[in-house]
Design a protein around this ligand. Structure first.
Ligand SMILES: Cc1cc2nc3c(=O)[nH]c(=O)nc-3n(C[C@H](O)[C@H](O)[C@H](O)COP(=O)(O)OP(=O)(O)OC[C@H]3O[C@@H](n4cnc5c(N)ncnc54)[C@H](O)[C@@H]3O)c2cc1C
Length: 423
C-alpha cells in the first residue's frame, strides 16, 4: 500500500499551497484532485492584490491581467479610484492551480488527478484513505500520517454527511469568459468594474474584470437568502447579459467558457478545524470573505499556518491541532464577523437608494483607503467616508474649494478618485 506523511484532498489554492509547502520541506506528500485537469473547475474570478504574487512566491505566468483602477457602479452613481501603479492582478485560476501542482511534483511530491476522496478510517494507529479513480471506477486505499481537507465548500473529508455540517450561509456565482473586439476590451483592460444595487444585481453584485488580450470575465453572484424587498430577482444569466448588452456593448463577442461555483460560510467560524490527525484548510474552514467572496489568498494563508502545525505534529512536538484552530480563529474571526454582518445588511436588507448613498460616501475615500476597506477589511474607513460625506453636505461649498485646493497640491500623492451621478 502507498504510504505518505501528508495526503491533501483538493487541489484548489489552499490544497495546492499546502502540498507545495510540505513537499518543499521534504515530506512525502500526495495531492489528490477529483477533476482530470484544471480547466474543468476554473470557476473563480481570481482577483487579488499585487502583493499576493510576492507573498506566495507566484510567477507572472499565473497572471491573466494587471489592474490599477477600481470602478463601482450603482443604479445612480459611479465612483472611480485609480493609481499610476498596478494595484492588483486577475489571476488565471486554472494556471494558478496547475502551477502549484507542478511545484509539488518538482519538490518530489505526487499529484493524482481524477481521484475522488471517498472515506477514511483509523486502523491500528494508521489512517487509511479510500479513493475512487473516476475514469475507470476503481477504488484504491492509501495510508497517511496526516490527512488534509482542502475540498473547499464541500468539506468532504471533515464531515461524512452534509447534515453534520454547521449551519452555513451560502452564495453562488456564474461567470462568462468572453472575447470581445479591441475597442470594447480597452475600456476594461486595466480596471475592476463592480456593479451593485437593484438594477445590476440584487442580493449580491456583478462584475467585469479583464483577462489577457481581448478577454473579459463578466459575472454575477448573489446570496442564497431572502431579500427584505426583492422577492423574485431575475436569473444570474440575465444580469450577466445585461452587463454585456448595456455596459460592454461589444461590436461582436464570443463566449469562450461559462463557469461558476458556490461559497459556503459558517458565520462565527463554527467549522471543525481538526479531528484526530485530520486538519482542514481554505474554504473548508470558511477562509473566504462573506462580504466580497475573496478567498484565494486567505485560503493559501491558512495553508501556511497549517503547515507550521503539521510539521510540529510530524516531528512529535505536538499531539493535536488545537493551536492551529486558536491561531486561525484569532486571525480571521474579528474581521470575518464584521464583514459577514456588513454583507448581510448590504445585500439583503438595504434599499437601492442606500447603495447609492453608501457609494457616495465611499467616493470621499482615497484609492489607498478604498483598498483598505475592500482588501484589508478595515471597515472603520466606512465611517470616515460617511463623516466626510456629512461634512460635505453641511459645508458643501467650503469643501468644494478645499478639494480643488487639495487636488492642486497633490491629493495624497498617488491615487485619484472621481464621482459621477448617472442620469
Ligand atoms: C464565482 C466565484 C468567484 C470568485 N472570485 C474570487 C476572486 O475574484 N478572488 C478571490 O480571491 N476569490 C474568489 N472566489 C473565492 C475563491 O475562489 C475561493 O475562496 C478559493 O478557490 C478557495 O480555495 P480552496 O482551495 O479552499 O477551495 P477550492 O478552490 O474550492 O478547491 C477545492 C478543490 O477540492 C476538490 N474536491 C472537492 N471534493 C473533492 C473530493 N471528494 N475528492 C477530491 N477532490 C475534491 C475540488 O474539485 C476543488 O478543486 C470566488 C468564488 C466563486 C464561487
Amino acid at each position: 500500500m502507498n504510504s505518505f506523511d501528508v495526503v491533501v484532498v483538493g487541489a484548489g489554492p489552499a490544497g495546492g499551497q499546502m502540498a507545495r509547502l510540505m513537499a518543499k520541506s521534504g515530506y512525502k506528500v500526495l495531492l489528490i484532485e477529483q477533476h482530470e485537469d484544471f480547466s474543468k473547475n476554473d470557476f473563480s474570478s481570481a482577483v487579488t492584490l499585487l502583493s499576493t504574487l510576492e507573498q506566495f512566491d507566484l510567477p507572472e505566468q499565473v497572471v491573466g491581467s494587471f489592474w490599477n483602477q477600481f470602478v463601482a457602479v450603482t443604479t445612480n452613481t459611479k465612483q472611480v479610484w485609480d493609481s499610476p501603479e498596478n494595484l492588483g492582478v486577475v489571476l488565471d485560476f486554472a494556471k494558478l492551480k496547475e502551477f502549484l501542482a507542478n511545484d509539488v511534483k518538482s519538490y518530489g511530491g505526487e499529484v493524482w488527478m481524477g481521484y475522488r476522496y471517498v472515506r477514511h478510517l483509523q486502523d491500528e494507529g494508521k489512517t487509511l484513505v479510500t479513493l475512487k479513480q473516476r475514469s475507470e471506477g476503481k477504488f484504491e486505499t492509501i495510508c497517511t500520517k496526516v490527512l488534509v481537507d482542502a475540498t473547499g465548500f464541500a468539506r468532504s473529508v471533515m464531515y461524512e454527511k452534509q447534515s453534520e455540517q454547521p449551519k452555513l450561509l451560502s452564495g453562488t456565482g456564474i461567470e462568462y469568459l468572453i472575447e470581445v473586439d479591441e475597442e470594447a476590451y480597452n475600456q476594461y483592460s486595466k480596471a475592476l468594474f463592480f456593479f451593485l444595487g437593484y438594477k445590476w444585481m440584487p442580493k449580491g453584485y456583478s462584475w467585469i474584470f479583464p483577462m489577457d488580450k481581448f478577454r473579459l470575465k463578466v459575472g454575477a453572484g448573489r446570496l442564497k437568502m431572502e431579500h427584505k424587498n426583492i422577492k423574485n430577482p431575475e436569473s444570474l444569466q440575465y444580469y450577466i447579459q445585461l452587463l454585456i448588452d448595456k455596459h460592454v456593448m461589444p461590436k461582436e463577442y464570443r463566449i469562450i467558457d461559462i463557469h461558476g461555483s458556490t461559497i459556503k460560510y459558517s458565520q462565527g467560524l463554527k467549522d471543525i478545524y481538526y479531528k484526530d490527525n485530520v486538519i482542514a484548510v481554505g474554504d473548508a474552514v470558511s477562509t473566504v470573505s462573506f462580504l466580497g467572496g475573496e478567498g484565494i489568498r486567505h485560503g493559501m494563508y491558512s495553508a501556511e499556518i497549517a503547515a507550521t502545525h503539521i510539521k510540529k505534529y510530524l516531528e512529535n512536538q505536538i499531539s493535536d491541532f488545537q493551536e492551529y484552530q486558536i491561531e486561525m480563529r484569532k486571525y480571521f474571526l474579528p474581521k470575518w464577523d464584521i464583514s459577514a454582518q456588513v454583507g448581510i445588511q448590504q445585500y439583503l436588507i438595504e434599499s437601492d437608494k442606500k447603495f447609492d448613498e453608501v457609494f457616495t460616501y465611499l467616493g470621499f475615500l482615497t484609492t489607498e483607503q478604498i483598498i483598505d476597506v475592500l482588501f484589508y477589511y478595515e471597515l472603520g474607513q466606512l465611517k470616515k467616508g460617511f463623516s466626510m460625506y456629512l461634512n460635505n453636505k453641511v459645508f458643501g461649498l467650503l469643501n468644494k474649494f478645499r478639494r480643488v485646493f487639495r487636488s492642486l497640491t497633490s491629493y495624497r500623492g498617488q491615487g485619484s478618485k472621481r464621482s459621477e451621478t448617472i442620469s
